[in-house]
Ligand binder design. Structure first.
Ligand code: EPU
Length: 334
């Protein structure tokens, strides 16, 4: 056996939220074969498995996890023309930096998103008017049911808002992804914060490397950097029917909302939590809501998972009561 399985490993250190208990078993895997070995180990011992990437979107409970946590450390960045094959264990933002340095377009607006490439694929990360699915050509994954490695073309990945087949189907573990980049493109500047920044700085036609710098400047000003003590947006932006939207709009005419292609409406969760729930900046002890972004929960030092979950449930309850909207967690609870 090549893999080294550890016992009773504290998981707080592997997540940006920095809370939570122990994994009964813990292993780092650097290849598909190591991953298979780990899955066989879990199967023999009848243990549940959990796949951990960069830990920037996971909240571990105080009781920890009674099974095997596998930390994906599959590396590799291989360029072939405009396509690049990237290991799930690479750090997402290092790949973005490298791609921009290679003068290729497609993921520059996704600069500075914390976490691993695997995590970016599983939850189809998005920011500033761009989503990972626009550039993902295919994804290679291990199916733990059959132990076969399969390649999913983009159209088979079932991508949606923070959604994919790899998130829905726990049998699939992402090994690698192929990105399809562009040598030439126009900057994506339609997002509110980006437009505002360009106007303030008097920039009309940003280059590729300027776009990365602009996104970094916007994120750094608004979101905690480094993201320690947070897991990015704790909730997803809720998507409601047009009828429900019209009803809520009557009570809150200022509400930020975005009409989707299928007629549903994506509401701004941050706006609701901020202006309806008045949650922005609220803090009790060491747990609170970020001062500049109401979707972000913060562990200011010694908060525990239960305190964070309690705050999150109070936030959900208040929005439900005032608007009828159910906020769903964007973070994965373990
Ligand atoms: N707003 C408020 N109050 C706040 C924060 C924002 O009213 O406390 C308003 C803003 O004025 C803006 C709107 O809400 O009009 C949207 O805010 P923002 O641009 O910050 O984006 P978001 O929808 O809240 C999403 C992603 C972020 C991503 C940003 C930037 C989700 C759940 N979150 O946030 O992703 O960085 O867009 O594109 O979709 C993450 O997923 O972890 C994450 C950080």
């Amino acid at each position: 056996m090549n893999i080294h399985i550890e016992e009773n490993v504290n998981l707080a250190q592997f997540t940006t939220m920095r809370v939570g208990g122990n994994a009964r078993f813990f292993v780092r895997v650097a290849s598909a074969n190591e991953l298979k070995e780990a899955v066989f180990f879990a199967r023999e011992k009848k243990l549940p498995i959990f796949v951990l990437g960069g830990g920037s979107n996971t909240l571990v409970s105080g009781t920890g996890f009674p099974g095997l946590v596998m930390k994906i450390e599959i590396k590799g960045v291989d360029y072939s023309g405009t396509k690049i094959v990237v290991g799930a264990g690479e750090v997402w933002d290092e790949v973005v930096r490298d791609v921009v340095a290679h003068n290729m377009w497609g993921i520059e607006n996704l600069s500075l998103i914390p976490g691993s490439v695997g995590g970016a694929v599983v939850q189809n990360v998005g920011a500033y008017g761009m989503e990972a699915r626009e550039t993902i050509f295919s994804v290679e994954a291990l199916d733990t049911k059959t132990m076969a490695i399969k390649t999913f073309l983009n159209s088979k990945c079932e991508f949606g808002y923070r959604e994919s087949i790899f998130k829905k189907n726990k049998n699939l573990i992402v090994l690698r992804t192929t990105l399809d980049l562009k040598e030439d493109s126009t900057p994506r500047t339609d997002y509110e914060d980006v437009k505002k920044y360009l106007a303030e700085q008097n920039i009309s036609a940003p280059t590729l490397s300027m776009m990365r710098d602009i996104i970094i400047a916007i994120r750094t000003a608004k979101l905690p950097q480094p993201p320690l003590g947070t897991a990015g947006s704790f909730f997803k932006n809720p998507v409601v029917s047009s009828e429900q939207y019209e009803k809520i709009k009557k009570a809150f005419p200022e509400m930020k909302a975005y009409i989707q292609g299928d007629g549903t409406v994506k509401l701004s969760g941050a706006w609701l939590l901020d202006h309806v729930g008045r949650w922005k900046g609220v803090r009790t002890g060491d747990v609170g809501v970020h001062e500049k972004q109401a979707l972000i929960l913060v562990n200011y030092g010694s908060a525990n998972a239960d305190e964070i979950i309690l705050l999150a449930s109070e936030m959900k309850k208040s929005i439900k009561e005032k608007t009828g909207v159910t906020l769903e967690e964007e973070v994965v609870l373990l």
